[in-house]
Structures are given as structure tokens and as C-alpha cells.
Design a protein around this ligand. Structure first.
Ligand SMILES: *[C@@H]1O[C@H](CO)[C@@H](O)[C@H](O)[C@H]1NC(C)=O
Ligand SMILES: *[C@@H]1O[C@H](CO)[C@@H](O)[C@H](O)[C@H]1NC(C)=O
Length: 274
């Protein structure tokens, strides 16, 4: 079973702590190629927003801002994402955009990443794939297009819990070719969680810091977006339970997708909110 978070291996440098991705090389090659991408989710309807969803964008050598990972707004000036999205990257070339459902929508609000912190236990494809970005200026919440998501609490999320994944796809995407075309409209996918025991039957190196979800029909597992949020209903509100981490190489293969289990990092996150 191949576990992958990225497929742009030719443009990666192996480091002790995982891969550092050469995003300049990635986007330059992507622009000269065109393959279709399988999308198993559906468009977020027009005039509907996922207010906690942000797009992480990389400033290329040509001066373009390109989406490469998802994230979630957990405070006006803090974004939660995956460690593999920022590992080795230059923070001053990364901005985050909030308030959009279409990546082409120029009315989104942009904020600059000042710094990032990866969890000290992060090991690529193994554990603790979580990072927090400090951004400036802080976003202003408007309750419709831009809002925070609750990540607090350390209760264990059970199996068979209905969850929602949102994302635009990403260059760290699992399951698709490196030069895939990604949708510009935000995609949604309804899922259910699996117990870790069940997930371990396929994803044998799974740890307690992770949570799995499986799409019922084996389609749409390509639809993840590294760093992006997996959320569940918690009474009237939503709570984030996962951060997109990795999946298998074959996207319609009915294998679970692996997320960082947010509740395991409750105190780590809280300490970094101030
Ligand atoms: C980070 O990017 C900025 C802006 O492009 C650049 O000025 C700076 O030299 C880069 N830093 C490193 C360590 O590459
Ligand atoms: C989004 O913008 C890009 C670049 O300007 C363009 O090629 C693409 O067709 C646009 N997509 C949509 C859905 O408007």
C-alpha cells in the first residue's frame, strides 16, 4: 500500500524531516501540462460560503499567487493547517485568502503569513501533521463569508460520525497526478469517520494522533485538500475534527483518508492562540 501526500517527487528534496517542495518548479511545470482531475465532491452552491475555509497561496517567481493548500481560520490571526504544507517553506512567500468560494474571485481578503510553527513531533506520513500560521493583518469576522471554526475540546470523535470535507484540491493532493487541473470552485464532500482499529486494517501505520474517514462509494477520495478542515456538527455549531494529511495512491480505491486528529492537539493549539 503506497501512502502519499504528494506526487511531485521530482521537484522535492528529501530532508531528514520529510520533503521540502520546490513550489516554483511545481507551478512552472504544471502550467505547461494539462490533465483532467477526478472530482468526487460537489460545488459549494453559489452565494454559500464555508467561512472558516482559507486558501493558502504561494507567490511564484512570476509574481502569481497560486493556491497550494487549504487551512482553517481558528482565530482572527491564526490559521490551522498541515505541517507538510509549510515544512521548509519561506513564510514571506505565503499568504492566506478568506471569504471566497471561487479561487478566481478577486473580492477575497488576503493576509500575510508572518511565521508558522509545526508540531515538534511531526513526521511525514507518520504523526502530528499539524501546523499553526500567524497572520497579519487579522481577518474581520463578518459571520457569513469569514468566520472562525471551533477546534477546542479533547473528546475522542467516534466512528461512524458524519463529517464534511471542503477543499479546492492542492498540489500536495493525494491520489491525482502532479499536473492535474484543480477546480476553482470550493468542493464539498460528505463522509463518515472510521474507527482507528478498522482504519488500521488498511492504513497499517496509523497512530492515535490521526482519524480516518471513508467515502461510501469509493469515489471522491481524490477530493481532499492538504491542510484543509474536516468538520462535524456539534449541536448548533460546527467543530473541526481533522486536518487533511494523507491518503493512498489510488483515489477511487475505497481506502480511507487520513486526517490529523485535532482533539489530540487541544492544549498544543490553545497555547498558540495568544
Ligand atoms: C523569502 O522570500 C522573500 C520574498 O520573496 C525573500 O526576500 C527572502 O530572501 C526569502 N528568504 C529566504 C531565506 O529564502
Ligand atoms: C480562473 O482564472 C484562470 C486564470 O485567469 C482562467 O484560466 C480560468 O479559466 C478561470 N476559471 C474560471 C472557472 O473562471
Amino acid at each position: 500500500m503506497y501512502r502519499v501526500i504528494i506526487l511531485l517527487l521530482a521537484a522535492s528534496l528529501a530532508l531528514a524531516n520529510g520533503h521540502v517542495h520546490d513550489l516554483d518548479a511545481y507551478f512552472e511545470e504544471a502550467d505547461t501540462s494539462s490533465q483532467e482531475r477526478v472530482v468526487g465532491g460537489y460545488d459549494v452552491p453559489e452565494d454559500e460560503y464555508v467561512p472558516y475555509q482559507i486558501s493558502m497561496q504561494f507567490l511564484t517567481r512570476n509574481g502569481q499567487q497560486r493556491h497550494f493548500c487549504g487551512g482553517s481560520l481558528i482565530a482572527p490571526n491564526r490559521v490551522l493547517t498541515a505541517a507538510h504544507c509549510v515544512n521548509g517553506q519561506n513564510a514571506s512567500r505565503i499568504t492566506v485568502v478568506a471569504g471566497i468560494r471561487d479561487l478566481n474571485d478577486s473580492t477575497g481578503i488576503r493576509s500575510q503569513v508572518q511565521s508558522y510553527e509545526m508540531n515538534a513531533n511531526y513526521q511525514e506520513l507518520v504523526t502530528s501533521d499539524i501546523a499553526i500560521l500567524k497572520i497579519d493583518p487579522p481577518f474581520e469576522m463578518d459571520g457569513k463569508r469569514i468566520d472562525t471554526i471551533d477546534v477546542s475540546g479533547s473528546e475522542l470523535v467516534p466512528s461512524d460520525q458524519e463529517v464534511l470535507l471542503t477543499g479546492w484540491g492542492s498540489v500536495f493532493h493525494f491520489g491525482t497526478g502532479p499536473f492535474a487541473k484543480y477546480p476553482t470552485i470550493l468542493q464539498k464532500l460528505n463522509y463518515k469517520t472510521l474507527s482507528n482499529d478498522k482504519c488500521k486494517e488498511t492504513m497499517t501505520q496509523l497512530t492515535a494522533t490521526e482519524i480516518c474517514a471513508l467515502e461510501r462509494f469509493g469515489k471522491g477520495a481524490c477530493n481532499g485538500d492538504s491542510g484543509g478542515p474536516l468538520v462535524m456538527h456539534n449541536g448548533e455549531t460546527l467543530k473541526q475534527v481533522g486536518v487533511v494529511s494523507y491518503g493512498t495512491a489510488f483515489c477511487a480505491s475505497n481506502s480511507p483518508d487520513v486526517y490529523t486528529r485535532v482533539s489530540m492537539f487541544d492544549s498544543w493549539i490553545k497555547e498558540r492562540m495568544a
